[in-house]
Design a protein around this ligand. Structure first.
Ligand code: SF4
Ligand code: SF4
Length: 147
């Protein structure tokens, strides 16, 4: 099946704006992490819209090639330039598009959900209020101790 942005078009018809913005339509690509240079910073995981990168802090990260759309969004955030794009071994199909959308939606839902950490520390204003209240409590305790 043809690649999504690679639909047949006459030679004199320019690529649509979105395709131009993401580079010329061409061979489907997949991201690849150079294991010898990855420092495990996780910035690529944060950038990938379809959760195609796996890894943990300070651990080598890897790309799940079957999920990678070749969008290149993970490349600029990498502080050590260890992500390169390579030709994918297959075309990007309509099924891949559907699966990528589902993974993107699942990611949005997951990120919107409160985590134990955000629940614990609350929103910034609440966090500030908690810090101020704690400081006041400590000051009161110190005053009470020297009376
Ligand atoms: S190229 Fe896009 S889809 Fe592939 S790993 Fe990087 S951010 Fe994810
Ligand atoms: S951004 Fe680069 S260095 Fe950081 S985890 Fe990803 S591949 Fe490794």
């Amino acid at each position: 099946m043809a690649a999504v942005d690679d639909a047949p078009r006459a030679p004199d018809v320019p690529a649509p704006p979105r395709a131009r913005a993401r580079g010329a339509a061409g061979v489907p690509q997949v991201a690849f992490v150079d294991a010898t240079r990855c420092i495990g910073c996780t910035l690529c995981i944060a950038a990938c819209p379809v959760d195609a990168i796996i890894g943990a802090p300070k651990r080598l990260h890897g790309v799940l090639a079957e999920f990678c759309s070749g969008c290149e969004l993970c490349v600029p955030p990498c502080p050590v330039d260890c992500i390169v794009m390579r030709p994918a071994a297959r075309d990007w199909s309509a099924d891949d598009v559907t699966a990528a959308r589902a993974r993107y939606d699942a990611r949005l839902l997951r990120r919107a959900r409160p985590t134990p950490r955000t629940k614990a520390i609350g929103e910034p204003a609440q966090r500030r209020a908690q810090a101020i209240a704690a400081a006041l409590d400590r000051a009161r305790a110190r005053r009470a101790a020297i009376r």
